[in-house]
Design a protein around this ligand. Structure first.
Ligand SMILES: [Zn+2]
Length: 317
C-alpha cells in the first residue's frame, strides 16, 4: 500500500488535518522502510561496498533492488569511511554486500553501528572454494594486507561467478518471494562471465611478454588464471610509498627480467610507479581493478575487464 495523501476524494476539512495526515503518512513510510522492507519505490534496498559488486548486484536484482554503492569510483576500498547518508541507507537496507577477506576491514564496525537487525550480510568472497584462494603475500613479495588471504578474487571472472551466486543467495534470504528471479538472473549473468573468461584466455594467450609489475597486489588471481606473472608490486600496502631499498630491488628485477610495464591504478597516485618506470625503462600504463559507471569504457565489470585486457595487450602482446 502506498499512502500518498493526494488521492482524489481525499478532502480533509482543514489545512491542519491535511498537514496531520501528511505527517502521519510520511511517518508510516519511514517506519515501514525502517526494517529491511521494500523502499518507497517498492524495491529492496541493497548497500554494496565496491563498484564491481554493485554491478553484480544490479545484474542479479534487476528491477527488484535499489543498489547504493558505498565506495565511490576512484576511491580505494582498503581505507574508507561511509557518509551519514550511507549509514541512513544501511539502516533501511535488506542486504549489505561486501567482498570480504578483509578487503573492507572497516565494514564490521559499520554494521555494528547501524544496528539493523534484519540486515542480511553477504561476504561474497566467502563463497569462493578455499582451495582457490591465494594466501596474501604469495604473489612474490611480502605484504601486510590485513587478512590472511588476498581479497582481489573478483578479477578472475571464474571466481567472480561464485560471488554472483552468493549475492543471489543473500537476496533470496532477504526476499524469499523473488528467489526464482534472483537465481535465474544470476545464471544468465554467469554465462556472460564464462564468455568473458574465454575471451580473456584467448587474448592473453597471445602475449609474448607475460610478466608485469603492479602498483599494489590487485592482479594475483587474474595472473594465475591466465598464466601471467605479477612479478612485483610497488606498494605492498596500498598508499604506502616504497622504501629506497624496495625501489632499487624492483628496478633491478624489471631490468634483469626484461619486464616491459608497470601497471598503475586510477585509485592511487602513480608517482612511485612512474619513478620506478623511469629508472628501469619500463612503461607505465593504467589498469583499473574497480571501474566507474560514469566512464563508458569501464562502466560495467565486463567492459572493465575487456578494457584492462586491451591495456595489457598494448604492453605485453
Ligand atoms: Zn586492492
Amino acid at each position: 500500500m502506498r499512502c500518498s495523501g493526494r488521492r482524489a476524494g481525499c478532502r480533509p476539512a482543514t489545512k491542519a488535518l491535511t498537514a496531520a495526515f501528511l505527517f502521519t503518512a510520511a511517518l508510516a513510510v519511514v517506519l515501514v522502510s525502517g526494517c529491511g522492507q521494500p523502499s518507497p519505490s517498492g524495491r529492496m534496498k541493497v548497500a554494496v561496498t565496491t563498484v564491481p559488486l554493485a554491478d553484480f548486484a544490479r545484474e542479479v536484482g534487476g528491477d527488484l533492488v535499489e543498489v547504493e554503492t558505498l565506495i565511490p569510483p576512484g576511491a580505494s576500498p582498503h581505507n574508507f569511511e561511509p557518509t551519514a547518508g550511507q549509514f541512513a541507507f544501511l539502516s533501511e537496507a535488506g542486504v549489505f554486500v561486501m567482498n570480504g577477506l578483509e578487503l573492507e576491514s572497516w565494514a564490521s564496525d559499520v554494521v555494528g553501528k547501524v544496528g539493523n537487525e534484519d540486515l542480511v550480510e553477504v561476504k561474497a568472497a566467502d563463497a569462493v572454494p578455499h582451495d582457490r584462494l591465494i594466501r596474501a603475500g604469495d604473489y612474490g613479495g611480502d605484504t601486510d594486507l590485513t587478512g590472511p588471504y588476498d581479497p582481489h578474487v573478483w578479477l578472475d571472472p571464474t571466481l567472480a561467478s561464485y560471488q554472483v551466486d552468493a549475492i543471489a543467495d543473500g537476496f533470496a534470504r532477504a526476499d524469499p518471494g523473488n528467489r526464482a528471479t534472483y537465481k535465474a538472473n544470476a545464471a544468465a549473468y554467469k554465462e556472460k562471465l564464462a564468455a568473458l573468461d574465454a575471451e580473456l584466455a584467448s587474448r592473453t594467450s597471445a602475449f609474448s611478454s607475460r610478466s608485469f609489475v603492479a602498483l599494489h597486489p590487485a592482479w594475483t588471481y587474474l595472473a594465475r588464471r591466465y598464466g601471467l606473472d605479477q612479478a612485483g608490486v610497488v606498494e605492498e600496502l596500498p598508499g604506502k610509498e616504497p622504501s629506497g631499498k624496495q625501489v632499487r630491488e624492483l628496478v633491478d628485477e624489471i631490468k634483469g627480467r626484461g619486464i616491459k610495464v608497470v601497471f598503475a591504478e586510477p585509485q592511487f597516485s602513480p608517482r612511485a610507479a612512474e619513478a620506478i618506470a623511469e629508472e628501469s625503462g619500463a612503461r607505465v600504463l593504467t589498469l583499473d581493478p574497480l571501474g566507474d559507471p560514469e566512464s563508458p569504457e569501464v562502466s560495467t565489470y565486463v567492459k572493465m575487464m575487456q578494457h584492462d585486457a586491451s591495456v595489457m595487450e598494448e604492453a605485453m602482446r
